[in-house]
Design a protein around this ligand. Structure first.
Ligand code: LLP
Length: 404
């Protein structure tokens, strides 16, 4: 952990200093961790030399995206808004892929106008609509078809996307039918087979299974796909007991597939790039005694960080100043929101806390701000990017006037 003499630091700045200067709750990102994650991701797949399209949904901060772009990453987007943010961050259209089951006519129009690398289509109706728009614009449009490989990603049900009961992609039979349809189209160019089986995946085995399905279907389709877009989903260890994803085995399995089918690989990672680079700094407002436990009421709530309330998952919670004086009672860390699910964690072994203490909720760089809301008319926290001893405010705190 990032303690220096018992004080929690993000790079060279202590968390209390940030809280004091900018107030709480506040999101901070470490540039160094972001950079390391990107370097590691590239190194893990260095034999594959993939095009890495950052999943913008995981963190939509424009300035952070500008930094990510500087490392050569493209963008995986799922809406017109995300496409516009990616463009504004300076990401070249040649590195933008567009996924999603419900693309509107307006969004498809925009994607075609911007000449993005790929529209990854998810149904026959969508393909027919893309073709119609392409014909109207007298353009040949590059598309991918998203396959639903019916592979269990062994992650939370709520973030599984590659099982047959999930709404994403098309079945093998539909895939083959669509390959033939597109081959005969004058306005569509079938460039890619795309998949994304789920998120927060910590075992390489589901990926191996998915690649076997790909091998079979590529053979059956008798088509040369210039790209295989394998999506994202690489998980991170939110809790110490989690084991890490074996990138070596995943990469080897991809290399085996590439020996049989010559294609370029695209990845769409989100969490593995930004997840552990983000910290939510929050203050203890009140400590309320209850039977057998104390409620630690924080100034950050489920509207600021929704993952625990939405999925029942835990994020590490750490104090800004470490002490050896443990609380005798169990602490239930909750937010101020009027919902019972506004709860971050229940910990039986934690140091004794006082009101006004600062604590940090870790690994909140992915799906933290991007899933946040203004529920209870609460302005969203500011976002800081920390580079060594420098603090850049990359998003200001929302004001009540913005909301009212
Ligand atoms: N590509 C597609 C088509 C996706 O749907 C997603 C995530 C990604 C890439 C990026 O996946 P990642 O590498 O970040 O796992 N809100 C949830 C996660 C939902 C992910 C949705 N799709 C959470 O907080 O865990």
């Amino acid at each position: 952990m990032n303690y220096k003499k018992n004080h929690f630091f993000i790079e060279n700045i202590s968390s209390e200093k940030i809280a004091e200067k900018f107030a709480t709750p506040i999101y901070c990102y470490s540039y160094k961790i972001l950079k390391t994650n990107i370097k590691n991701f590239k190194r893990n797949f260095k034999t594959i030399k993939p095009t890495i399209c950052f999943a913008v949904k995981s963190n939509t901060n424009l300035n952070l995206l500008r930094e990510i772009k500087k490392f050569g990453l493209g963008a995986d987007v799922v809406s017109m808004g995300e496409m516009m943010i990616a463009k504004k961050a300076g990401i070249s259209s040649k590195k933008i892929v567009f996924s999603g089951v419900g693309k509107t006519k307006k969004e498809i129009n925009y994607a075609i106008e911007k000449n993005i690398l790929l529209i990854n289509a998810e149904s026959k109706s969508e393909i027919i609509l893309i073709e119609k728009i392409a014909k109207y614009k007298k353009k040949k449009v590059n598309i991918g078809i998203r396959l639903n490989p019916n592979t269990n990603p062994k992650t939370l049900d709520q973030i599984s996307t590659g099982k047959k009961e999930n709404k994403f992609g098309v079945s093998e039979n539909t895939f083959l039918e669509l390959v033939n349809y597109i081959k005969n189209s004058s306005y569509l160019n079938l460039k890619c087979l795309s998949v994304h089986i789920g998120s927060q995946i910590l075992s390489h085995k589901p990926y191996e299974k998915m690649l076997k399905v790909l091998d079979k279907i590529i053979k059956k389709s008798n088509h040369n796909f210039e790209f295989l877009d394998l999506g994202g989903g690489m998980g991170i260890p939110y809790e110490n007991k989690f084991k890490k994803l074996n990138y070596k085995k995943y990469s080897s399995a991809i290399n085996r597939l590439l020996k049989k089918h010559k294609s370029k690989i695209i990845f769409e990672p989100g969490r593995s790039i930004v997840g552990n680079a983000g910290f939510l700094i929050t203050k203890v407002l009140y400590i309320k005694e209850a039977q057998n436990k104390s409620f630690v009421i924080l100034d950050a709530g489920m509207n600021d960080m929704m993952r625990p309330a939405l999925y029942g998952v835990k994020h590490k919670i750490v104090p800004s100043i470490k002490s050896k004086n443990y609380s005798k009672k169990t602490y239930e860390f909750v937010g101020p929101i009027c919902e019972t699910t506004d709860k971050f964690s229940t910990l039986s072994k934690f140091q004794k806390l006082n009101e006004n203490d600062i604590i940090i909720i870790c690994d909140t760089g992915a799906y933290g701000v991007s899933l946040s809301s203004n529920y209870n008319v609460r302005p969203k926290p500011p976002e800081l990017l920390i580079k060594g001893s420098k603090i850049n405010v990359i998003k200001r705190r929302e004001k009540l006037e913005d909301l009212i």
